[in-house]
Design a protein around this ligand. Structure first.
Ligand SMILES: *[C@@H]1O[C@H](CO)[C@@H](O)[C@H](O)[C@H]1NC(C)=O
Ligand SMILES: *[C@@H]1O[C@H](CO)[C@@H](O)[C@H](O)[C@H]1NC(C)=O
Length: 392
């Protein structure tokens, strides 16, 4: 499966990465991942061309990082040598009482045939247009949840004007009015989350249902219900990493489904929305929500940024809510690009996030799972292939 040539192209990634730093507009693009947006707008056509030529349109399987670390996944090709998720092996009832909520919209692509960039891409034996790719990512998102948390459902908050062709049966589409234009999307996403929580407060349907708001380019590979049981006191949970400028990722927000939890999460998100509108409107397309989230957390007087340096869960009272911070290493794991140092994949990883140019890998991973029904082997595919930049 791996040719010598593919190996070499993997190695050239470090030079490639340095080059990328010169193109900030593309560098921040990977954040915009909930609504999968393929129409990057680099500043010149030449730049766009040379970047596109470096991105690969087929899977490249390289060596799996993490060799020598006993608590990391070891692989031989796509064969996993370790058992993963030993404590929470998948059970048929998994996911009862947890809903995933994501914001997703499709844009009018009727003019796309005029652009040369609207190429079709092939995954397995299926051909996708640009619009079909983003639908395929959304379907894969729901399909992974159906496998690992079969009792969970997926709620898609969307523009009443979009028409989504959803396949998996665990999906419910909920139109919420708003401005879902590209430039306003991250702002609208927080608004839609808040509206959704308000609807849940109004409609008290008895019983407790927890909510996990996520980007749609993630694969849930373990039962996330355990978060709510293991940490019984938080209202809202976020994922953090040891990164000075971007310590929090807005692609994962869990909310406890008690009245108290929903109410406090709503108030917390309203503060994030306010910070966004007053401080980060210029960043609105890409990072505004993430910057606003960090601002709300860090501006709390008792917050210690030092706690982000260790990948250990902790809880803090912030903006009236009890906030659980979960390490990205487990709850928002992203395959790193390029040749930077990295210690592989933890054995109990819960979420794989296919940020930026990794959507092809997400579809390949789902295809691989469909034919093998083996999550650890699929994780080996992701681990070995995730450092490459793909064409979408
Ligand atoms: C995972 O597999 C590798 C290779 O067989 C082994 O060295 C390592 O100890 C295993 N880790 C665990 C936790 O079993
Ligand atoms: C694509 O491949 C799958 C699995 O090998 C097969 O079931 C399906 O019929 C194929 N579809 C087409 C259009 O060839």
């Amino acid at each position: 499966m791996v040719s010598r040539r593919d190996y070499r192209s993997l190695r050239t990634c470090s030079g490639w990465r340095r080059f990328l730093l010169l193109v900030p507009v593309l560098f921040v693009l990977p954040h915009l991942s909930s609504v999968v947006d393929f129409s990057s707008t680099p500043s010149s056509r030449n730049e766009a061309q040379s970047i596109r030529s470096k991105k690969l349109d087929h899977l490249v399987l390289g060596p799996a990082a993490g060799v020598g670390f006993p608590d990391r996944l070891h692989c031989r090709g796509t064969k996993a040598l370790n058992k993963t998720h030993t404590t929470t092996s998948h059970v048929s009832g998994a996911g009862n009482g947890v809903s995933f909520v994501t914001v997703f919209t499709v844009y009018d692509t009727s003019l796309d045939h005029l652009k040369s960039s609207n190429m079709v891409s092939v995954i397995g034996n299926v051909t996708y247009s640009k619009a079909e790719r983003s639908m395929a990512v959304l379907n894969a998102f729901a399909n992974f949840i159906q496998v690992t948390m079969p009792k969970s459902n997926v709620v898609i908050l969307t523009d009443p004007a979009s028409h989504l062709s959803i396949q998996p049966r665990n999906v419910m589409v909920l139109p919420i009015r708003g401005d879902y234009s590209r430039g306003n999307l991250m702002l609208q996403r927080i608004r839609s989350y808040i509206t959704f929580l308000e609807m849940k407060l109004e409609k008290n349907d008895g019983g407790i249902n927890h909510y996990i708001f996520t980007d749609s380019d993630i694969a849930v590979v373990d039962n996330l219900k355990t978060i709510f049981d293991k940490h019984p006191n938080f209202h809202i949970a976020l994922t953090f990493r040891n990164n000075k400028d971007q310590p929090l990722n807005s692609g994962f927000i869990a909310v406890r489904g008690t009245r108290e939890g929903i109410l406090r999460a709503k108030v917390f998100l309203e503060q994030v929305l306010k910070a966004y509108k007053t401080k980060y409107m210029k960043a609105s397309r890409m990072l505004g929500d993430q910057l606003a989230l960090v601002w709300v957390v860090k501006s709390h007087p008792s917050f210690e940024a030092k706690r982000f340096t260790k990948p250990q869960a902790f809880t803090q009272e912030i903006a009236g809510a009890s906030v659980l911070f979960l390490p990205c290493a487990l709850y928002n794991w992203t395959p790193p690009e390029g040749a930077g140092q990295f210690h592989g994949m933890p054995l109990d990883v819960k979420i794989v996030h296919f940020k930026g140019s990794r959507k092809r890998l997400m579809l390949e991973a789902w295809n691989f799972y469909k034919s093998t029904s083996n999550i650890p082997d699929m994780l080996c595919l992701v681990l070995g292939s995730g450092r490459t930049k793909y064409d979408f």
